[in-house]
Ligand binder design. Structure first.
Ligand SMILES: Cc1ncc(COP(=O)(O)O)c(C=O)c1O
Length: 398
């Protein structure tokens, strides 16, 4: 079995699932417990309060439902809308495409606004649709904040502004799966659940609300391990500081883009205003199949990169730079390791903890493998030059 994983660590640079901090892994490594005991509701109460801070709200009501991103989509749609409702939805890549497919299968009347893959949502069309909709037939505007397939980040504040400019009451539903920012669940969404006629059972927020009132919180058996994992994840985020987390991702994004530029390759994202700080989709020359780059990374360097999906399959590979990732080394794992290795091995372990730069070095070797004339070290040097000038001290160690 060990052989399957190879020596050392897997360098996970897909844009999800992402690297999990060691303390979170350890927090989840525990037995189940009786969720009707006082301990689990007490824990849940802190989680619901603290999750709000991540979403930068003090008033909204969050729901913790064990599911995947696809389940979160369904939960948001069915709790707020009724079959036949008109919604405006932006198609800019594979994940917005999948969400639109779900919206259509749930019976909504989806007004699709399509852009070329690599571009952001066309907000001029949104403005014209809202302007024409004086009867307020549009019940929701759905947008993927960060299109993980192309590395495009949409401007949520601008969408909000456009809705406000037209005083349009449509709900603003945001997919925040690969964005580090918040889903803006305003009280309006909860209000809408009173009239929404979509069939929903497992995801029905009303069931949760009933148990919130009782103070027991769970209509169904919660995943105990996920609750403890979330508690630790929130603690780590607060320790680093949410704004510092955002700034760190900004540096990771910028460093990656500088490396791509130094390699002489193009970013799939066509304009700077849409550049994503969590994922970069890199366009390869037509004589290279980007899937081969991903295969090679896995087979030769134990490096996991993201494939190009659907329309951009074979044309792009993706570097995910989000989650438990830093510019230089993974401090939390390092601390654990240091206590168990001899001092002389310390530098070696430090080397193995290189994260983004390790990935960029790996990509360079792969590019050479597949016949792209890259200058080894060029991207790493560009990223290093930027990071060396811009990386602050670790906030908790100042
Ligand atoms: C932006 C975005 N939305 C939704 C999803 C779907 O999430 P899941 O596959 O966990 O259902 C993904 C998955 O990568 C995603 O990147």
């Amino acid at each position: 079995m060990d052989y399957v994983y190879g020596p050392g660590r897997n360098h996970l640079f897909v844009p999800g699932p992402v690297n999990i901090p060691e303390p979170v892994i350890r927090a989840m490594n525990r037995n189940n417990e009786d969720y009707r005991s006082p301990a689990v509701p007490a824990l849940t109460k802190t989680l619901l309060e603290d999750v709000k801070k991540i979403f930068k709200t003090t008033t909204a009501t969050p729901f913790l439902i064990p599911t995947t991103g696809t389940g979160a989509w369904e939960s948001a749609l069915t709790n707020t809308l009724s079959p036949g409702d008109r919604i405006v939805s932006f198609l800019i890549g594979q994940f917005s495409l999948l969400w639109i497919d779900q919206q259509q299968r749930l019976g909504f009347n989806v007004d699709v606004v399509e852009s070329e893959w690599g571009q952001g949502a066309n907000l001029d069309i949104l403005a014209s649709k809202l302007a024409a909709d004086t009867a307020h037939t549009i019940k929701a505007v759905c947008i993927v904040h960060n299109e993980t397939a192309t590395g495009v980040t949409n401007n949520l504040a601008k969408v909000r502004r456009i809705l406000d400019d037209y005083s349009h009451p449509a709900l603003f539903l945001v997919d925040g799966v690969s964005s580090i920012c918040a889903l803006d669940f305003r009280p309006k969404a909860l209000e809408a659940t009173k009239t929404a006629k979509s069939v929903r059972v497992f995801f029905d927020w009303n069931d949760y609300l009933k148990f919130y009132k009782l103070g027991t919180y769970w209509p169904y058996t919660p995943s105990i391990q996920l609750l403890y994992g979330l508690r630790t994840a929130l603690d780590l985020i607060f320790e680093e500081g949410l704004d510092n987390v955002i700034a760190r991702h900004s540096r990771l994004g910028k460093a990656t883009r500088l490396a791509v530029e130094a390699w002489g390759l193009k970013n799939c994202t066509q304009k700077e205003e849409w550049f994503s700080d969590t994922v970069t989709a890199v366009v390869v020359p037509p004589y290279i199949d980007s899937s081969e780059i991903v295969r090679r990374g896995w087979k030769r360097y134990n490096l996991s990169l993201g494939l190009g999906l659907n329309k951009v399959a074979g044309k792009v590979f993706r570097i995910g730079h989000l989650g438990n990732l830093n510019e230089h080394r993974n401090y939390s794992s390092q601390e654990t390791i240091v206590s168990s290795v001899a001092e002389s091995d310390f530098d070696l372990y430090m080397y193995f903890q290189l994260q983004l730069l390790g990935c960029l070095a790996g990509v360079e070797m792969i590019l050479k493998d597949v016949g792209y004339p890259v200058k080894l070290g060029s991207g790493v040097a560009a990223a290093c030059a930027y990071l060396q000038n811009n990386t602050p001290l670790i906030p908790s160690r100042i």
